[in-house]
Design a protein around this ligand. Sequence first.
Ligand SMILES: [Mn+2]
Length: 339
Amino acid sequence: MTFFSVIGYKNFVNYIPHRHYDGFGLSSKAVLGIKEKYNPSLIITIDCGTVDLEAIKLAKDNKIDVIVTDHHEPKAELPEAVAIVNPKVGNTYPFTGLCGAGVVFKLIQALIARGNFSIPSGVEKWWLDMVGVATIADMVPLRDENRVFALYGLKVLRKTRRPGLQKLLRKQKIDPQYLSEDDIGFTIGPRINAASRMDNPEDAFLLLATKDEDEAEMRVLHLEKLNTERKATVALMTKEAHKRLELLEEVPKVLVFGSPSWRPSLVGLVANKLAEEYNRPAFLWGRDGNGMLKGSCRSGGDVSVVRLMEATPEIFHEFGGHHMSGGFTVKEEEVHFFF
Ligand SMILES: [Mn+2]
């Protein structure tokens, strides 16, 4: 959005899928919704699309081109997109560890280098605050280019002109001058993510995008409230999982817990805690707004959760992600086997 506005391009809209009502990544449902609402000729994905073959085929059938920008593991077959920008696809990019925002930043750098935009030279470095936040909050390895993004991202973030981030830091009594990656990991990241986990992802986007002080203030307060609710709910879910573990004779090799009353957007946080505590893979599921059983998994060691799910495909509707963490939907009739 910042790149488009700086080059003066206005004919676009941002669309952030709703975790609770849209599917994973780019879903067919979202493509149809976007088509009906905006009738675009192009969709550019961010942080998704590599494995969304069906939705991208649907877009193509509806005369919508798709450019995928993503960092997720590809499957054997790639989508029919007009371009796929993913460092894990094609073995041509020297560093595969970028996060979704890192990939977008690299694309913008390439566009600026090749295009002929009348923009101040080097202006893109001022957007590194967002790339730094994303890189640190997404917990990608801080090596290679990610290290550069984290370091310079923090430098820019300390001088951020975004009223939303300024107010968020002030509210937490963080002096921007001494801002560290822990402030991103433990304070900024969870508050941005609370929007999509508890309510509407747009709330976080608008906090970062607004130039209005009053709007920023209001959005910070809203995110604070959601984050407090998020913490309480996750604590309850973790307690319930612990209680169920205590009833078992021994701790299973792979932890699997779920409840139709859990929010799929929160189970990843609980999976994180359990996988870390027991040093083994944790799969947790809940039920989303469409009645789908949907979950998250974390490795907790050196077992690849993607490989685990590939070994038992009959249980899952869809699955994807990285070796350390992933997401899935379970077939309703299979949930008891899974459990
Ligand atoms: Mn991602």
